[in-house]
Design a protein around this ligand. Sequence first.
Ligand SMILES: NC(=O)c1ccc[n+]([C@@H]2O[C@H](COP(=O)([O-])OP(=O)(O)OC[C@H]3O[C@@H](n4cnc5c(N)ncnc54)[C@H](O)[C@@H]3O)[C@@H](O)[C@H]2O)c1
Ligand SMILES: O=C(O)C(=O)C[C@]1(C(=O)O)C=C[C@@H](O)C=C1
Length: 314
Amino acid sequence: MGEMIYKRVALIGLGLIAGSMGLAMREAGLAGEIVGHARSARTRKVALERGLCDRVCGTAAEAVEGADLVVLCVPVGAMGEVAAEIGPHLAPGATVSDVGSVKRAVIEAVAPHLPDTVHFVPAHPMAGTEHSGPEAGFAELFQNRWCLITPEGADPKAVDRLTRLWEGMGANVDALEVGHHDLVCAVTSHAPHLIAYTMVGVADDLRRLSEGEVVKYSAAGFRDFTRIAASDPVMWRDVFLNNKEATLEILGRFTEELFALQRAIRTGDGDMLLAYFTRTRALRRGIIEAGQDTAAPDFGRGAPQAPTGKDVDA
Ligand SMILES: NC(=O)c1ccc[n+]([C@@H]2O[C@H](COP(=O)([O-])OP(=O)(O)OC[C@H]3O[C@@H](n4cnc5c(N)ncnc54)[C@H](O)[C@@H]3O)[C@@H](O)[C@H]2O)c1
Ligand SMILES: O=C(O)C(=O)C[C@]1(C(=O)O)C=C[C@@H](O)C=C1
């Protein structure tokens, strides 16, 4: 058992990330009580059954009463409306955090609704799977993964306390400047997702022409794309709408590189292709040496149940 860091934690939005946090906090004894809010009765029921939290509430306002940590775990586009609802109900001295994949837009949407008496420490665990909803979470999700925080002038004691919570859940914590966070994530997460969505979309178009062969003969390369492209549509719509500038910047560069490779293929420039692929292989090896390789299909292995997908009625 770890040290109790917060007496009462409120998790708003009981999906993959909140569920994993609830299970990880419980396992490590990091919170006295975990209160959860989900809009649908079905999600609240599953959350209690799976032990994601100790108590559930039908409104976010109720859930945050008396909490010394509130974590917003809803899609990025819903953060502002949730913050507006909880603002008047937050306990003085409480820390408010979030797990959104985008930071600048979330800070702009949330901060105006928070009273001066609370500490806002935005955070983003760099861990996930393509599954969502209250069935999807598992306690090991954050083990040996990064959690990026963008504290921007927040009280150092509140930052330190939240850091200890993430470390207690197995993560390594780093602080980043907000704009830099959004650019890094556009490169490492957001643009790759868009590319996977596109590739699977192309294959889906072709499938109609090839009578199922695309699915039948799909090997590892394409399967990895389909895993990513199975990620939650609402979450990813919100990510792109809220990290527009950085994603477009990276996609612009991507398109330039794609054209260069396309040209090398057309002109038969094998040297260019060889040099390019040699460079990218070195990057992959660097990731593995840094201990950051958790090959994609392993992500969900710790899940206690086969995830059933969406929280449809939420
Ligand atoms: N899935 C990942 O890989 C991943 C990784 C890191 C961070 N994130 C971020 O974490 C957040 C949650 O993602 P997730 O994967 O847990 O998604 P999820 O779909 O599993 O869970 C989100 C939950 O929020 C609920 N919700 C939506 N709007 C709401 C509202 N207004 N009030 C209350 N509940 C609401 C949904 O019904 C759902 O149950 C997102 O901001 C996402 O960008 C996701
Ligand atoms: O592997 C996955 O399912 C993920 O995409 C997780 C992933 C990522 O791109 O690395 C997705 C979104 C996040 O905000 C953080 C992590």
